[in-house]
Design a protein around this ligand. Structure first.
Ligand SMILES: [Zn+2]
Length: 302
């Protein structure tokens, strides 16, 4: 049976409730020195704030080696009453030391499968998705390596593959590789950051292929493109792709948390939801927040 793999175990897709389909409670990268999400009490407060505005679940896209603090997640989920899904996978090379990359070379798919089926480290917490990353308008050797491993782990487990698109670009390159060459069904792929490169034709092509499109940037500043998001989402819905849409906050640095004065997770429900309701109607926005994530992240686990 199809289930979403949360940090507290597998649940039916419809149990997710209102879902933030791309966000982070914990994240650490050499690219973001001094801005780490590494504070469990701030994470607890952020989840409580999300719960207070009606949030029911958060899908965390922080992959391997970026400070996931997997062992802390079950207690956070229980305390807040919010379902949490966490990720395995690998980000772009720039987010790691050469030593860490060397350590997983040759066994990356194995690491992903083990985190999805047995657990992350000694935490006993299983990952529920595989996160990888593309590059700017292209895929370098690191991206192709991680995507091959992701596809292998997907075929072994059934897990969904979620992709960070660099500045929202490269969607079709990613689909060509993952789906065209590596045999992943497009409906098992979630493309992230589509709003950062608001080309309506590319977005429609990705949706027509069957991939999920995550519009997931309100916790970050993308001044040039943020205001186009409602139009982009409406264009996709008008073309019949309302069932391919996902929404997320993507809180990546401490200052973006609502409890630290930023928009954080609650903003998705406080402001994005009513704004999109003006474009799509409340009924479709509700389905995008409650039904699409369950379908996108549920798997027939093997
Ligand atoms: Zn993210």
């Amino acid at each position: 049976m199809s289930a979403v793999r949360t940090v507290l175990g597998d649940v039916r897709p419809e149990q997710l409730g209102v879902c933030d389909a791309h966000d982070h409670l914990f994240l650490r990268s050499p690219q973001l020195p001094g801005q780490e999400l590494n504070d469990a009490s701030a994470a607890r407060a952020e989840l409580a704030a999300f719960r207070a505005v009606g949030g029911g679940s958060v899908v965390q896209w922080t992959p391997y080696g970026m400070g996931r603090r997997a062992a802390d997640l079950p207690a956070l989920s229980r305390t807040a009453g919010v379902h949490l899904v966490c990720a395995t996978g690998l980000h772009q090379a720039a987010h790691y030391t050469p030593e860490l990359l060397e350590e997983v070379r040759g066994r990356l798919a194995e690491v992903f499968v083990s985190e999805l089926t047995e657990g992350i480290g000694t935490s006993g917490v299983r990952a529920g998705l595989i996160k990888v990353a593309g590059g700017f308008h292209a895929l370098d050797e690191h991206a192709r390596w991680t995507m091959r491993a992701a596809a292998e782990a997907h075929h072994a487990t059934g897990a969904t593959i979620a992709v960070h698109l660099e500045h929202g670009t490269g969607a079709l390159d990613v689909l060509d590789l993952l789906c065209g060459r590596l045999g992943v069904e497009p409906g098992r792929v979630v493309l992230g950051h589509l709003n950062r490169s608001p080309d309506p034709v590319i977005q429609r092509q990705a949706a027509e292929a069957g991939a999920y499109l995550a519009f997931d940037g309100p916790s970050r500043a993308h001044h040039a493109t943020d205001w186009r998001m409602p139009d982009a989402v409406r264009a996709l819905a008008d073309a019949g792709h309302g069932d391919r849409l996902l929404l997320g906050g993507d809180t990546v640095v401490a200052g973006a948390r609502s409890v630290d004065g930023g928009p954080g997770m609650p903003y998705l429900l406080r402001r994005v939801r009513p704004r999109l309701a003006l474009e799509l109607g409340e009924e479709l926005v509700d389905r995008v927040l409650t039904e699409n994530p369950g379908r996108a992240f549920a798997a027939d686990w093997r």
